[in-house]
Design a protein around this ligand. Structure first.
Ligand code: IMP
Length: 428
């Protein structure tokens, strides 16, 4: 039995969508365990662009079932648009997509508060995606959230009225922002009842049954470890646990369910939104990485900040996720660089740090200490065999593996499905 957890281990946007797309044909089920429409990946199918935010890219493979777990949150309009674009592109989602009845719902008042709050913070803003992620997870912890199952609760109207009163008070009195109309909330509810509720299921029970039948399960995370609400650069993080251990809570499967835990990282590093980023580049190399790597967010279209690979952060991710393998993406973006750097430690107030500091301010003040590597001649674009890798690229990968204390099990060398190098059979 092979059950795999696949997580991002930088600040998101590591190329998880593509990797899930590559591994999915070897699996029976792909199940997403946290996050919401703040995530996003763009897929081109038959010349048509499909942007998925909630639904795992496994949906593109006939016969692979896709689950959205209780640890995720969803927004009515967004998920319905994804469903429609998949149907229009010829994908049959019925019988292939299952959404946990315990999944919390993003309501119009969550989105309004997220935006109002960011606006009021000015320069101190986190740079959220504005999708209502923080307020929805807050409501979950505060026990006033609305889940898919709650749509059939007798007291749903009363709970919504109370919530709206609370949110409108905050919007009006504290943020001096426009209030949300009950009609918008009702419209969201109607859409959920009509279009989303038919997909609701007891995901935990379905996964348990699948495991008993010896099916192969892929647990897919969103964002990345450095955005984890506990292990990331708090408070510049998202509002859920992105760490692999959260797959179990976010899907309702046993703690021993996974047999492989893979962490996905770019061969360099990007970040959107505010927060510390010790290896950030402000020079022409940063621009080169941004342009060559097409570093613009799928959810917000914002330009991503770019920098060198941060092995301190990845080592932290290896430890807290318990990774069994690293998947390095976008290696080809480094083609053409004369020198490539890896950050191996930080320096803070004259002291060497080998770990990620808990305090964002300390991380912000940390200077990256680098090990330098020679770049390579020629192109790694689309390479599929390790024998074809330039020796300098191999040396860089060996160093990543050694410094981060984890083997590299797969490489992505271009945007297409076929642009991938399997370095281990454990994921097949
Ligand atoms: P939120 O998740 O929308 O609350 O945003 C919190 C922080 O996480 C912001 O810095 C976002 O830019 C970042 N973030 C959230 N989701 C993603 C993602 O999928 N990729 C990259 N950054 C993300």
């Amino acid at each position: 039995m092979t059950n795999i957890v696949a997580v991002g281990i930088q600040w998101g946007d590591e190329g998880k969508g593509k990797i899930v797309d590559v591994i999915a044909p070897h699996m029976n089920i792909v199940a997403r365990f946290q996050g919401g429409p703040n995530a996003g990946h763009t897929l081109v199918v038959g010349g048509k662009k499909i942007v998925l935010h909630h639904i795992p890219s496994g949906i593109l493979h006939a016969g692979v079932k896709c689950f959205i777990g209780n640890g995720t949150i969803l927004e009515a309009q967004g998920i319905v648009e994804e469903m429609d674009s998949l149907t229009q592109a010829g994908f049959d989602i019925e019988g292939q997509l299952f959404i946990s009845e315990r999944t919390h719902l993003i309501m119009p008042y969550h989105i309004a508060l997220d935006k109002a709050r960011e606006q009021s913070k000015g320069k101190a803003k986190i740079g959220t995606t504005g999708c209502g992620i923080g307020p929805t997870y807050e409501d979950k912890a505060a026990r006033r959230g609305i889940r898919l199952a709650d749509l059939s609760a007798k007291n749903i109207e009363e709970r919504l009225t109370n919530n709206l009163e609370y949110y409108n008070f905050m919007l009006r009195e504290y943020y001096k922002a426009p209030e949300v109309d009950m009609a918008d909330v009702q419209a969201s509810l109607a859409l959920l009842r009509d279009r989303v509720l038919p997909f609701s299921a007891n995901v935990s029970a379905l996964l348990h049954a699948a495991e008993q039948q010896g099916q192969r399960l892929l647990y897919e995370g969103a964002q990345g470890l450095m955005l984890d609400t506990d292990h990331g650069t708090y408070p510049f993080v998202t509002s859920s646990n992105t760490v692999a251990g959260s797959a179990m809570a976010g899907l309702g499967v046993g703690a021993l369910s996974a047999t492989e835990i893979v962490g996905i990282a770019k061969a360099y590093c990007t970040r959107v939104g505010s927060g510390p980023f010790p290896t950030e580049l402000f020079d022409e190399t940063g621009t080169f990485l941004a342009e060559k790597g097409h570093e613009f967010g799928a959810t917000t279209g914002r330009a991503r900040r770019t920098g060198w690979f941060d092995a301190v952060a990845v080592r932290h991710a290896v430890q807290v996720n318990g990774l069994t393998g690293l998947i390095i993406t976008k290696l080809d973006v480094l083609d053409g660089l004369k020198e490539i750097k890896l950050c191996t430690s930080y320096e803070l107030n004259g002291e060497t740090l080998n770990h990620v500091p808990a305090l964002a301010q300390d991380m912000n003040d940390s200077k990256a200490i680098y090990q330098s590597f020679a770049g390579w001649e020629g192109s790694t674009y689309g390479l599929t065999s390790p024998d074809d890798l330039p020796k300098e690229a191999q040396a860089l990968l060996d160093a990543i593996s050694q410094i981060c204390d984890c083997p590299v099990v797969m490489l992505s060398t271009g945007p297409d499905r076929d642009h991938v190098m399997w370095l281990s059979d454990t994921l097949k």
